[in-house]
Design a protein around this ligand. Structure first.
Ligand SMILES: NC(=O)c1ccc[n+]([C@@H]2O[C@H](COP(=O)([O-])OP(=O)(O)OC[C@H]3O[C@@H](n4cnc5c(N)ncnc54)[C@H](OP(=O)(O)O)[C@@H]3O)[C@@H](O)[C@H]2O)c1
Length: 280
């Protein structure tokens, strides 16, 4: 497959580039500096020239609090960006996969969120991502939309790499005790993204590792224990106490009815994935 990957220098983008490369694909990685997905002309020109079989959009403005103070930028990147790509993919007759977020839900449900649950975004970031889903599906009815959450992996400034490096330095850690999600290893997500390209059935997928949901605090404790760092001090904090500009869902655990229907095997348990991540 010729796979064009946007946001190729990000956490998921890098994992996707590596995974597709290992599978023997012709990988066309586009980091932000080489393609701005908010630039419609640049998107059209790039996709037309590259002639990919599939475009995997890993680009987004992921600064959840930053989005609160620049709604225009959030929507230009997270909503118009996927729309530009979807339209260009329709014209080029190639597949299109774009990543969305568990934050589209308000978190008031107590169980796992499925595709039957109504999104109700409560931050600018979440609203812009939901609009990105809607505009993609509207621009190209073969769009594959992948909601994920609590993504961890190598590189970047993701939550877990910060935990690991602070624990290694012997620093005290603070972790939110009252926010629950389903963790997702970037490498496992990348593998599923490519599988979805092979399956090529449009729709909204929820892609997370399996296992019970977990709070950030519990997740941090597991990570630190797997690192063998029993001396690490972890201070539980409440979401409210952090007083961040953007509201976050207290519960955003995901379950995928569509994958179950298609008999796609669930991703491995997040604890096994975390174990592997911590060891490498
Ligand atoms: N991380 C999570 O826990 C999580 C949870 C749910 C969903 N997601 C979704 O997963 C996807 C991948 O996120 P990630 O975790 O890999 O985030 P990330 O590490 O922040 O990667 C996003 C990449 O997009 C690039 N980018 C920003 N604006 C762009 C633009 N206008 N055009 C092209 N590229 C642009 C960024 O480059 P610069 O940094 O150079 O601007 C960055 O390399 C996103 O759709 C995100 O919403 C993430």
């Amino acid at each position: 497959m010729r796979v064009l990957i946007t946001g190729a220098a990000g956490l998921v983008g890098r994992a996707a580039v590596e995974h597709c490369g290992r599978r023997g694909d012709v990988v066309l990685p586009y980091p932000h500096k080489d393609l701005d997905i908010a630039d419609r002309e640049a998107v059209d020109e790039t996709i037309l020239q590259a002639e990919p079989d599939v475009v995997i959009n890993c680009a987004a403005w992921t600064n959840v609090d930053g989005c609160e103070s620049d709604e225009q930028k959030a929507f230009a990147i997270n909503a118009s960006g996927p729309e530009n790509l979807a339209r260009a993919c329709r014209e080029a007759k190639c597949e299109f996969i774009t990543i969305s977020t568990d934050y589209v839900f308000d978190g008031r449900k107590s169980g796992f969120y499925t595709q039957l649950d109504e999104p109700n975004p409560e931050s600018v970031y979440a609203a812009s991502k939901l609009e990105g889903e809607r505009l993609s599906a509207q621009a190209y009815d073969r769009s594959i939309i992948v909601r994920s959450g609590y993504i961890f992996g190598a590189g970047g400034t993701n939550f877990l790499s910060t935990v690991v490096s602070r624990a290694q330095r012997g620093e005290k850690l603070r972790a939110i005790a009252d926010m629950y999600g389903t963790p997702t290893y970037a490498n496992d997500l990348a593998e599923r993204l490519r599988e979805l390209a092979e399956v090529n059935i449009p729709g909204i997928y929820h892609v997370v590792n399996s296992g019970p949901g977990v709070s950030f605090e519990e997740f941090t404790r597991k990570a630190v224990a797997l690192m063998g760092n029993s001396d690490a001090v972890i201070e539980p904090v409440s979401l409210e106490a952090l007083d961040r500009p953007a509201k976050r869902p207290r519960n955003s655990r995901l379950r995928c009815l569509l994958s179950e229907q298609l008999a796609l095997p669930p991703l491995r348990d997040w604890e096994r994935a975390l174990d592997q991540f911590v060891r490498v």
